[in-house]
Write a protein that binds this ligand. Structure first.
Ligand SMILES: C[S@@+](CC[C@H](N)C(=O)[O-])C[C@H]1O[C@@H](n2cnc3c(N)ncnc32)[C@H](O)[C@@H]1O
Length: 919
């Protein structure tokens, strides 16, 4: 169950009649416990309670009591020896009126009315194994609101199917945005009276819901009519209490979808939530899922966490502002200058979704501005930071609407926090008409028209929000002459997964480098547009989250020369990290953050996990002070042996046998033994599958054909190849006894490496096989070469190198002999080094043997890797790394830096395949 489903389940439980016997089980069920688990608890077999309650080991001890004993019972639960012995994390006491609970790990407590306990569902989420508790707990409100809005949305579409059509969908989205505004406004006194919107709907509309839409529509009409015009417009007296809001949000048609009774009830329920708790940064992303059918399954769980957004914004400009604030101390003049500077900063997110990057940037800047005001003795001063300096482009209309709404809410919340309720409300309405979030395709729009260079005005050319699609003309930048920072988290999309439209978008973005649009991820379009933008606004810096593939393998070689040659450089970067969100099915993608701008002498910052390194250059692979490009090499640059492709059968499967068929063939005719070899493909190597193939030398064909099964199979191979579209395959129909491409065959033994393997293993998979084995084309192979080659492949150093310079398939490693093996920088090995490494390779193989029949997949599971195997690898790394630097490397960053240094040195010394030191 995900957090939204849990919220729904416990909300349903709280409104049901309280059943003291059933409550503990229903509560556990709401957190995803299965019927069988509950059965065991009910029967008492797994119930460890010593107080007559329900105790689920490692989770929770629940005690339901008569009225009035809740506080005492919580104390009893705390003192219970069973609670301690069974390591219960939570204790919970209730009588159906009061509700108290404690998280024993953190000491946090909850005490509330029974009916309100769902408000604290984030507190209990560890019960469902959801560990990002802090984030979820902080956004409990947002999850609840999203879940309820979703229910309303679905219900409304049932009653008004035409509003779900592509044509009416924007109206529906607009209607939802208006509702969200009303819920927020009625709880924050923007509507002067708490609950005004919900109460008016409840009182003025019939209980059978027949006129709910009429009442809401009238309220909206009033909010779109200036007070002085209301009597002329005949607005109803009861709707007159609503202020004039407009700002585009309430202009245009007031048509409202019809409500069923259920929809009306949902609406009133949503109104009863406490909307002051809304987090505009998180809520916006969550709410997108309400109107997006594809995302609804993981409702609200795709939001980007604030710490991740700050990974972009802090190094982009916020850290600098904070440093300057620190330096300014209490100097009023310097503080004033800093405040002026802040008020002129423009933040532009050209894939802004519901505006979370912009909202966070705004809130952080307000915090800094407030500190300045405090130090200058000007607390409560009106902010100089204009919302219109936060610009965005978003493709979809609903997120674009929400983005603007989120910024408006953020402004109100900041005013409330730093200036007070009266001032916040006083300046809030009517909403400004300006529209500074553009709904459109960022790769087709000229960014200069949305966020023009300093000194110009901004013409918004694309679709508008909150209004019919008219051109809203020019919006002046308030506080002229500032800095511009671009940021965002654009869609990644590898080139294979791009739609035709997206391919065309990319071609348009990369007009100056057409080749790049064919091979690179969609996200690179934003880098391309940034390059054009920076030509007009050279002081702009852009930082985007991207898949790490743009800094790996072939893409890195293609993209970065284009960027560096446009006089740009990497100002800062975060090396690969997991961009996780809360969607239960989504493990997150591995991303990097790169901040790009025109070249300068500034210090560059390279962030890795919690560490930051200062350097003078950051290279295409995000390595400090190394701007080498690693290009394919047809032969090893060091002493390592030649690595070939595996062998390609292209046989329709007819040259292959499973174990049983192979055994029975040999039982029938022992001469067949000579023609059967064990086949090693990637699956066979990693998962230990047994598969066999016919391997017949040209000279032995006649002999093989005497065996009826082989003759039959070769006929099938021939037919299969004859039917191929590829001329090269058809040619091999004449030689059905052999594989189409034979890259090698071992006389003694072969080292085999899969082409694709999971990045989760701490070492690359590699195996050693005897000469009766054939390496398939899903592998690479090193034939009859010294065993120390295996030690290199199995080392952490090689893992790090391949992970960086080779491309990836999704996040998996895609091994390459020309890009990963031949380029692997290996210091000259002495005979002693070779002997030591050979011993290490043998030890690794022996350690694996000791766990026979475990497969590589079993043995290299990072959670369960056997100790002796881990130690063998550690020794291997120790020996190899000492050859490089006389000690172990401290971390992967140090490994990579050394490898790049050595690579540069080795290829320059060879004078070929010279890394281009482009700057
Ligand atoms: C990964 S989301 C990031 C949004 C937001 N920053 C967040 O973290 O939730 C990417 C956003 O880009 C929008 N998008 C996709 N293609 C676009 C395009 N060509 N132009 C503008 N926006 C686009 C998507 O609709 C989506 O809202």
């Amino acid at each position: 169950m995900n957090a939204v489903e849990i919220e729904q389940a416990i909300s349903d439980l709280a409104i049901k009649e309280f059943d003291r016997h059933e409550f503990p089980f229903a509560f556990l069920q709401a957190f995803g416990n299965k019927e069988t688990t509950l059965k065991r608890l009910r029967s008492g077999s797994s119930n460890k309670s010593d107080l007559g309650g329900v105790l689920q080991a490692n989770n929770i001890h629940i005690l339901v009591s008569d009225q009035g004993a809740v506080t005492q019972n919580l104390a009893k639960l705390k003192d219970s020896s069973a609670t301690t012995k069974s390591k219960a994390r939570f204790i919970l006491a209730t009588d159906g009126v009061d509700f108290e609970a404690e998280d024993i790990d953190t000491g946090e407590t909850v005490a509330c009315n029974y009916k309100d306990f769902p408000d604290h569902f984030g507190f209990f989420l560890p019960l469902a194994g959801i560990s990002t508790v802090q984030q979820v707990r902080e956004s409990s409100f947002d999850i609840r609101a999203t879940s309820r809005l979703n229910r309303l949305y679905v219900e409304l579409l049932k009653d008004n199917p035409e509003w779900g059509s592509a044509q009416r969908r924007p109206d529906m989205n607009h209607f939802m945005a208006r509702l969200i505004f009303c819920f927020f406004a009625e709880d924050t006194e923007i509507f002067f009276k708490n609950g005004l919107f919900s109460d008016t709907v409840a009182q003025m509309s019939a209980r059978d819901s027949s006129d709910t839409h009429v009442v809401i529509s009238e309220i909206f009409r009033s909010m779109n009519t200036k007070r002085e015009l209301r009597s002329a417009e005949n607005t109803h007296r009861w709707a007159d209490v609503f202020p004039y809001v407009n700002g585009g949000l309430f202009s245009g048609t007031t048509e409202t979808p019809k409500f069923s009774k259920i929809a009306r009830t949902y609406l009133l329920h949503i109104g009863s939530l406490d909307w002051t708790k809304i987090n505009p940064d998180i809520f916006g992303s969550m709410i997108q899922a309400v109107t997006d059918e594809e995302e609804r399954g993981s409702l609200g769980m795709h939001y980007t966490s604030v710490p991740n957004i700050l990974k972009v914004l802090n190094p982009l400009f916020l850290d600098d502002l904070r440093n300057k604030l620190e330096e300014a101390g209490d100097n009023p003049r310097t503080l004033l200058n800093l405040r002026k500077r802040i008020s002129r900063i423009r933040v532009f997110d050209p894939a802004c979704g519901s505006g979370n990057f912009l909202v966070i940037a705004y809130k952080q800047m307000r915090e800094i501005e407030n500190t300045i005001n405090e130090r200058r003795g000007e607390e409560g001063r009106k902010s100089d930071i204009p919302l219109t300096n936060f610009r965005g482009i978003e493709l979809r209309d609903f997120p674009a609407e929400v983005a603007r709404l989120a910024l408006i809410i953020a402004e109100y919340q900041c005013d409330l926090l730093y200036r007070g309720q009266k001032e916040a409300i006083q300046d809030f309405l009517p909403l400004a008409q300006d529209n500074w979030i553009t709904c459109g395709n960022a790769l087709r729009i000229d960014w200069l028209s949305v966020c023009p260079p300093t000194g110009a005005t901004s013409a918004l050319v694309a679709n508008d929000m909150f209004e019919e699609h008219t051109n809203r003309g020019l919006i002046e930048f308030v506080n002229e002459g500032g800095e511009t920072y671009l940021c965002g988290n654009p869609p990644y999309r590898g080139s294979k997964w791009q739609s035709d439209d997206q391919k065309r978008d990319l071609a348009q973005a990369w007009t100056k480098h057409p080749k790049l649009s064919k091979t690179t991820d969609y996200v690179t379009g934003w880098l391309a547009k940034f390059l054009d933008y920076a030509d007009h606004e050279p002081s702009a810096v852009g930082a985007f989250v991207s898949t790490n593939s743009i800094c790996q393998g072939q893409q890195a070689i293609e993209i970065w020369p284009a960027i560096f040659n446009r006089d740009c450089e990497i100002k800062f970067a975060h090396t690969s990290f997991n961009w996780a969100n809360l969607a239960s099915h989504n493990a997150g993608v591995t991303v990097v953050i790169v901040g790009v701008g025109k070249k300068s002498n500034s210090v560059k910052m390279l962030y890795q996990d919690e560490l930051v390194k200062q350097c003078s250059q950051i290279g295409p692979y995000l390595v400090a002070d190394s701007i080498s490009y690693v290009e394919k090499s047809n032969e090893p640059i060091g002493q390592q042996s030649t690595m070939s492709f595996g062998n390609m059968p292209r046989d329709g499967g007819f040259l292959f046998l499973d174990s049983d068929s192979s055994r029975s063939l040999v039982n029938q005719d022992n001469t067949a033994r000579k023609f059967i070899k064990r086949f090693i493909g990637s699956e066979e190597l990693i998962k230990g599958k047994l598969r066999y193939c016919f391997w017949i030398e040209d000279a032995d064909v006649q002999e093989a054909l005497n065996i009826p099964l082989i003759a039959e199979r070769l006929e099938l191979v021939k037919n299969n190849r004859n039917q191929s579209d590829a001329e090269s395959t058809r040619q091999y129909a004449l030689k059905p006894h052999r594989f189409v491409q034979i890259a090698g065959y071992a006389k003694k033994f072969v080292i085999v490496i899969p082409r694709v393997s999971s990045e989760n293993r701490p070492y690359l998979p590699v195996g050693l096989f005897q000469s009766d084995c054939v390496a398939g084309d899903s592998t690479f192979a090193i034939y009859d070469s010294p065993l120390w080659n295996l030690s290199l492949v199995a080392s952490r150093l090689h893992w790090v190198w391949v992970g960086t310079v080779c491309s990836r398939m999704r996040s998996d490693f895609r091994y390459s002999n020309t890009l990963g093996w031949n380029t692997f920088p290996l210091p000259d090995l002495t005979e002693k080094n070779k002997a030591d490494l050979t011993k290490c390779a043998e030890d690794i193989l022996l350690a694996r043997e000791s766990h026979f029949p475990s497969t590589i997949a079993d043995l290299y599971d990072p959670e369960t890797m056997p100790m002796n195997l881990r130690e063998a690898h550690e020794r291997n790394d120790e020996v190899l790394e000492r050859i490089y630097i006389g000690r172990r490397f401290r971390n992967d960053t140090e490994r990579l830096e050394k490898l790049f240094d050595l690579y540069t040195e080795m290829v320059s010394a060879k004078g070929k395949n010279k890394p281009k030191a482009k700057k």
